[in-house]
Design a protein around this ligand. Structure first.
Ligand code: BGC
Ligand code: NOJ
Length: 814
């Protein structure tokens, strides 16, 4: 069953029933101020860091689901009935409910009691605030006397502390109310120089800032006592739970419409200018007032919305494709690109599944996210690369995560995930392929954020590669460390203590357990690094990388091959993992997908065999599972992977992130049908019809779909923040459609389904717009190109120096 539909023209997904199987969310903001918003207006906002600068409260794992949000109430002041046009929190019967999730905005509305109301939520570009534009129309034949109420609950900034430290927090809350603007200033009196504000465009009939006064004793957001009474109480919070609520009276003639704007924002003052007058405790509002005034003006709010539209037009305009498959088109042109922006911004920090408290930005995650993001905002990608590299350790290893607010490595988690450093090479290489900005390699970057430790970025890449070289195990394969890409394959952990972190515990020295996956990554990264080196004229160095790559390739084929597929690893006892000799976990997706993707075994049939085995043992109708058979019990020597019940997460779930590795691998063997078939199995748009099974949003990828060993086979979980976004985007665009960035220019190498007569695409690349059309004349993947009508040799179109704005490429596949 479907819960809505795609409106591709407007780049929106329109949800037509509020009771979706799970909250279906969207993101507001794309720079520094962010929010998540569900289809019933649940969610929260924060500035940069979802843990440390949380503006509003949200209650994960609450019932009813999805509690805490940007709630509006309407009250008919004659009949005294009230409701929420977004359905939550009052959950009244509504007609014509719709939620339009678009690019950086969400509009939710409905009609009830003859009153139509919609709220459009978005964050203007360049601002640290969000706008709620509430439009109310009287559809009755008689005059309507209404009250409209806004409401939010402030978080006392540190979301972790806010949810636990009540002995302190019940006494610290402070607000100011001036000219109808509610200022939340908890801890402003001491070390904070930031505050939040909540403003309304219309004269107020009342406000509340103390939660108890608004909700009443033992009442919830579904029936606030002050809303029921039709009169807010002008409460001033001191301690307890500061909230923001406004009341506006509306008198509407039949057919009349009015708009109310609410602005919720974050503002910082210089430390020396926090108070006005200086020796008082009153917030200095000089610089915030003009910002508030600007956005309370409907014309300015609309103009800001228009700007946001244009911003997304231009971002998405960089690549648009038209293929015979609507699901491919919609994901590439709209949603997958959009999701890549979200993963780039959030890494894995704040979603409906990530609490915003637990994790900083992952080193490997952020580097991989670049693959799907770099073409949209290369300058931001550049900054991210330099930030990440600055948290690298002098050994070439890396902190597993860094904190977005401080841009420092996260000491709690530390390093020792031996795949991490290689992803920096992959990320930087993707960046240079897109931009041609070789200068980034000469940027001076610290190690471990230590002043004085600066070295060119290129030095960081060299150390990244060496890090593995200096850590080879008994078979000559890279040592795994705490874990490789699979955070849950913890071969040095040996944890038998409940609650101990699988990620940070290492009870073994770590000199034995090796990873075939890292070996594949080593081969890929080594080739990328060699290409960078030779471009810098470092011929001997490039050759030495290639010779290490060749050695590793041999080692993989000798010690990483199981006869029918690639092994996954060797454990701390030197025993095989992912082998026919194992009782469980005989075959894994990661090493098979990644080794073939990296080009290992393409010539000698190993690659083909590995993919056949993958198909035979791991592929299901809902995607490719991570391994088989699943682990039926906890294995001390394997760690977290075996902590999950069979079919979930890393224990034989369909872990969507690694499906595109197999997709790319299939294209490397020229298998367009197989590649696109795998692509379609996990494509959320193609799964829209099975919404009751899939349950997550049909417009974004989820991290996991339950595998065939789980009772809920086919059910997705953990949507939005997953490396699946970047990798699937990369797989479909660069490998199936074959519009590939290379150091030498734009390569055209499609490996598309046989049934496709072709496709067209527009790609803006290094300042030139390429109009690409591909025509199929035979079954194969051989391509002949004409550029601006002239036949050319090869299939790489070198960048145009100056002047060229548009180039047309026609390719014939035979
Ligand atoms: C999850 C992994 C995740 C890891 C680190 C595990 O519980 O299964 O997917 O990468 O935690 O946060
Ligand atoms: C999620 C993590 O964010 C990612 O880094 C990891 O590779 C996968 N889980 C697999 O464990």
């Amino acid at each position: 069953m479907k819960y809505g539909y795609f409106d591709d023209q407007n780049r929106e997904y329109v949800i037509t029933q509020p009771e979706t199987p799970l909250p279906w969310i969207n993101y507001l903001g794309c720079e520094a101020y962010f929010g998540i918003i569900s289809n019933t207006a649940g969610g929260y906002s924060f500035y940069r860091d979802a843990r440390l600068r949380r503006l509003t409260r949200y209650r994960y794992n609450n019932v009813p689901f999805d509690t805490g949000g940007r709630y509006v109430y309407l009250r008919d002041d004659d009949s005294k009935s009230f409701w929420s046009p977004s359905w939550q929190p009052t959950r009244h019967q509504l007609s014509g409910y719709s939620c339009r999730h678009g690019m950086g905005y969400t509009t939710i509305g409905s009609t009830a009691n003859g009153i139509e109301a919609h709220t459009r939520y978005f964050v203007p570009l360049g601002e640290n605030l969000e706008l709620w534009q509430l439009t109310v129309t009287n559809r009755r034949t008689t005059r309507a006397s209404l009250s409209a109420f806004s409401s939010i609950e402030f978080c006392l900034w540190d979301a972790q502390d806010d949810a636990t430290n009540f002995q302190r927090n019940f006494s610290t809350g402070q607000v100011e109310v001036e000219d109808g603007v509610i200022y939340h200033k908890t801890e402003y009196r001491e070390r904070r120089n930031h505050f939040a504000y909540f403003a309304c465009s219309e004269p107020l009939a009342g406000f509340d800032t103390q939660r108890d006064a608004f909700l009443g004793r033992y009442r919830g957001w579904d029936s606030p006592t002050a809303v029921a009474a039709g009169q807010l109480t002008n409460s001033i919070a001191h301690g307890w739970s500061p909230i923001g609520a406004h009341q506006v009276k509306l008198e509407l003639e039949p057919g009349e419409t009015k708009q109310i704007i609410f602005v919720l924002g974050y503002h910082e003052n210089p430390v020396a200018e926090k108070f006005d007058p200086p020796n008082s405790q009153i917030i200095n509002k000089k610089t915030v007032k003009p910002v508030i005034a600007k956005y309370l003006d409907p014309a300015k709010a609309d103009a800001a919305f228009e700007q946001l539209r244009q911003y997304w037009d231009s971002l998405l305009g960089i690549l648009q494709v038209s293929t015979p498959d609507p699901h491919t088109n919609r994901m590439v042109n709209i949603w997958n690109a959009y999701q890549c922006m979200a993963t780039f911004n959030m890494s894995r920090s704040a979603s409906f599944y990530e609490s915003g408290i637990g994790r900083g930005l992952g080193f490997r995650d952020s580097n991989q996210d670049l693959l799907g993001f770099v073409h949209m905002a290369p300058a931001r990608a550049r900054e991210r690369i330099l930030d990440l590299a600055a948290t690298q350790l002098p050994t070439g290893g890396a902190y597993h995560q860094y904190q977005p607010l401080t841009k420092r490595g996260n000491n709690d988690i530390g390093g020792g995930f031996n795949d991490d450093p290689h992803w920096l090479i992959v990320g930087v290489s993707a960046y240079i392929k897109e931009t041609g900005d070789w200068g980034i390699l000469d940027e001076s970057v610290q190690y471990d954020n230590e002043p004085g430790s600066e070295k060119p970025l290129y030095d960081h890449l060299q150390r990244s590669f060496r890090h593995s070289l200096e850590r080879l195990g008994p078979h000559g394969l890279p040592l795994i460390g705490r874990a490789d890409w699979n955070d849950c394959l913890n071969l040095n952990c040996f944890s038998d203590t409940p609650g101990q972190s699988f990620q940070t515990t290492t009870n073994k020295e770590g000199k034995v357990a090796e990873s075939v996956f890292i070996a594949g990554l080593f081969v890929l990264a080594g080739r990328e690094l060699a290409a960078l080196a030779s471009h810098r004229g470092l011929t001997a160095e490039a050759a030495s990388y290639l010779s290490e790559v060749a050695k590793m390739d041999l080692v993989v084929r000798k010690h990483g091959w199981d006869g029918e597929w690639f092994l996954r690893a060797y454990d701390d006892f030197g025993a095989k993992i992912g082998s026919k000799e194992c009782e469980e976990g005989k075959i894994y997706i990661e090493s098979n997908g990644f080794c073939v993707l990296a080009g290992i075994g393409l010539e000698d049939g190993m690659a083909a065999k590995a993919l056949d085995s993958t198909r035979k043992h791991l592929a299901t109708k809902h995607g490719i599972v991570l391994q088989q058979p699943p682990y039926s019990k906890y294995y001390l020597n394997l760690g977290e992977i075996s902590s999950y019940p069979p079919g979930y997460k890393e224990n034989a779930g369909i872990f969507c992130h690694n499906n595109p590795w197999v997709i790319i691998a299939e294209t490397r063997l020229g298998h367009g049908d197989e590649a696109h078939d795998y692509y379609s199995r996990i494509n959320p748009s193609a799964r829209e019809e099975i919404g009751d099974l899939h349950r997550c949003e049909p417009y974004v990828y989820a991290q996991m779909i339950a595998g065939k060993d789980a009772p809920s086979f086919g059910e997705a979980k953990n949507s939005w923040l997953t490396g699946t976004a970047a990798w699937n985007y990369y797989a479909i665009v660069q490998w199936i459609l074959g519009i590939r960035t290379t150091l030498g220019g734009l390569e055209i190498a499609p490996v598309i389904p046989k049934s496709w007569p072709g496709f067209t695409a527009t790609r803006v690349f290094r300042g030139v717009t390429y109009k690409i059309s591909i025509e199929r004349k035979g079954d194969g993947n051989r391509i002949a190109l004409t550029v601006d009508g002239k036949a050319v040799d090869g299939n790489v179109v070198a960048p145009y120096a100056n002047g060229r704005k548009e180039v047309s490429i026609h390719g014939i596949l035979s």
